[in-house]
Structures are given as C-alpha cells and as structure tokens.
Design a protein around this ligand. Sequence first.
Ligand code: 4AD
Ligand code: MG
Length: 432
Amino acid sequence: MKTITISETPKHVGETVKIGVWLTDKRSSGKIAFLQLRDGTGFFQGIIRKNDVSEEIFEMSKHDLHQETSFYVTGEVHEDTRSKFGYEIQISDIEMVGQSDEYPIGNKEHGIDFLLDNRHLWLRSRKPWALMRIRSRVKLASMEFFDKHGFTQFDAPELTGSAPEGTTELFETDYFDRSAYLSQSGQLYEEAGAMALGRVYSMGPTFRAEKSKTRRHLMEFWMIEPEMAWMHQEESLEIQEQYIAYLVQDLIDNCATELEIAGRSIESLKPFTELPYPRITYKKAIEMLQEAGMDAKFGDDFGSPEETFLADQFQKPVFITNYPKEIKAFYMPIDPEDDRQVICADLLAPEGYGEIIGGSERAIDNEYLAKKLAENNLSMENYGWYEDLRKYGTVPHCGFGMGLERFLAWITLQDHIRENIPFPRMLNRLNP
Ligand code: 4AD
Ligand code: MG
C-alpha cells in the first residue's frame, strides 16, 4: 500500500492509502468519530466508524488520540463536498507513533506572549502554517523573477568589518583579536558583485541593533538586495515595481488557500498587480502632508503616520523619491536638480504597512564618497575596497533592499511582522 501525503489525496480517490498525521481536533458521537488531521502538507478529516475497524482501534481513537498525537492512518480516500479541501479518509486502521498529552496550545484564544514562548509548537497551527508557506513561496518566486531578468545570485558575508547603514545599529561580536559586526545590509558587497556579474542579488538575514519595539522592526530580518550595473533610477524603479507585482501575482496563482487562512482576499490583492505604481517626490510628499494639516517640513524623516497617510492617497504601493541627504545613507549620490537631496526612492506599501523597499542610485565619485565617509566616521581602512570599485572602471549603478517580513506582513495583513518569520528576534525575545 502506498504512503502518501494529504496534498496528494485528490489523485487517490477510491484507493486505500496510508498517511502519517497529527491530530488537531476530534469529535465523536457513539459509533462514529471525526478526526481533524494535518501532515504538514495540508489539513483534512478522517472518519472512523465503529463497524469499519477493530474494537481496539475504535477504543484507541476515543481515548488515546489527543491534540498533536502522531500516528499513521490507513483508509480509503473519498470526496467530501462539505469541506473546503474537498477530500477525506474513511479510516480502516491506525498505527500509533507518538503520544501527546495536554498539548499547551488549545483551540482557544491565547495571548501573544504565551504563543511566542511556545513558538516551536505554535508553528504547527493553521495560521503560522499558512504564513510560513507564503514566505517560502515568496523566496522561490523572488529567485524565479531575478533569474528571468538576468540576475545572478550573489551571497554577501554575514560577518563584516563595516557598517553600510549607520554605526549606531550594529551587533558587535569578537572576531579573534578584533571586532566584527553582523551584517546590516549586503549592499556594498552586491556593488562589487554587480561590477563582476552585471546584475546580482542576495537574499539573507540582516541584523539591526535598533532599540525599537514597533510592529515593523525585528533585530534579525531577511532582506532581498538586487544591485544592477549600468542603470539609473528610473529603470531601477521599473524593476522594483515589476518585482512586487510579480510576487503578488505568484501568490494569487499559487497560495490561494494560504492567503485565505491569513485573512487576505485575492480580490484585494489584484490592484497591486497593475503597473505602474505612482511616483512622487519627497518635496511633493511634504506638500501633501502640509495640505492635510500634518506637521511636516523639508528635512523631516517620515514616521509611521506620515507613511500611512501618503500611501493611503493612492491605494497602491507608492514610490517617494529623492529624500534630503541628511536623512539618507552615505552612498547615495547628490541630485543634480537640487543638491539638498539625493537620488533615491522608498517604496511605501498601502494599508498602513509603510516602507517595504529602500533603494537608490549609488555615488560613483570617490572624492564625494571620501567626504561622506569622513562625515559619518567610517574608516578608510574598512572602505578602501569600496573605493576601488570606483577607481577601476566605475559605472552608474542602482540597487535596493526589500524587507521580506515587511512585504509579507503587508500581503498577509498581519498587525506585526513578527509572525512572518519562523523565530522572531525582538528587543526582549531571543528564545525559542
Ligand atoms: O532602508 P534600508 O535600511 O536599506 C538598506 O539597507 C539598503 N542598503 C538596501 C539596498 O539598497 N541594498 O532597509 C531596506 C528594507 C526596508 O525598506 C525595510 O523593508 C527593511 O529593509 N527593514 C527592516 N525590516 C524589519 N526590521 C527592521 N529592523 C528593518 N530595517 C529595515
Ligand atoms: Mg530605509
């Protein structure tokens, strides 16, 4: 007899199969028991009738199967028109594998702290299951997108000697007789990669020692960082919007069940597949904020209320371009149109989710970079190699970083990005 998974049951209607499962819930009345089952690939129902199984098995199903008990079920696959999934199994035998008694997470409401303390178990529940599948799909679709657009995957180191996004948010660690820092961004290395391979991207964990407790910040998050040689900002924005639209369409096509469990309707996602996304300058954004009576002036960084207001005006992701240089990173080039600002763009997600992408053109003038490094107290010792990229055949280039969990929280409508990563690292949480 064939051992299959729940996801494969539609191909086995009428056949007797064996599946390894965990129990999520159980209901029994007299001569029949309904077992709610999961196996990692999906969820469905098993039915045990007293007359179909031995006395011993029927008694076991009543007394020994508890939430998260693991066992093999054998039985015939049937269509089940009453359930969403559409299939169920009529059980003829059960083989116990692992007992589970008094599983801490019940089918009732629990507080978030309790759930996060039990994250290693909570991951088995339906919503985390859906969120993890969506996350996995987005990483796969990202690889597909960049492959189709001529990018080479290029891994940046996680242990670094430098700080691309500012020296205040670094996790420092011993590195033999000196210090190393956990990577804040792979960007500078991607720039080296772009000069070697043209278009590259990295996808990996990123660390920020930000003492912020907002629903948009993690200490460890994943970033997808493409870098493109021979490119100016307008073309980079086109790639960015195509990338986001591609991810959304891919989820619509491949994760309908998971999106529904997460509480996100397909209909509400469709507008985000329509391009282009609006672009407004930072200056225009300031005007819009002022017109709405908000307290904003040139030079201010946007907080969550400002970002939410701006994105709400469009009901779509919106690019805010060319921010003041004071609030952006050292590697961004001055805008020739107004030297108070740099050539960069943030992509703000609608529905209150704020910045999901930060990107820019890259300064290629070494004199300018040397000045910026000095201003930012960044040492030549660590950045000499970065200047070499300009010294030897520099070209215009652009790149951006998408925060994976920020994107996911938006798509799955989570209040906080912590549920979009398997084991979130937060200000007060390093376990499990
Ligand atoms: O805007 P950021 O800091 O940009 C960079 O690091 C660039 N070097 C990227 C590049 O051009 N290659 O970060 C990029 C994105 C943000 O837009 C946000 O989505 C996410 O990373 N992000 C965070 N996500 C979760 N928790 C945090 N603490 C984050 N900080 C940034
Ligand atoms: Mg940013």
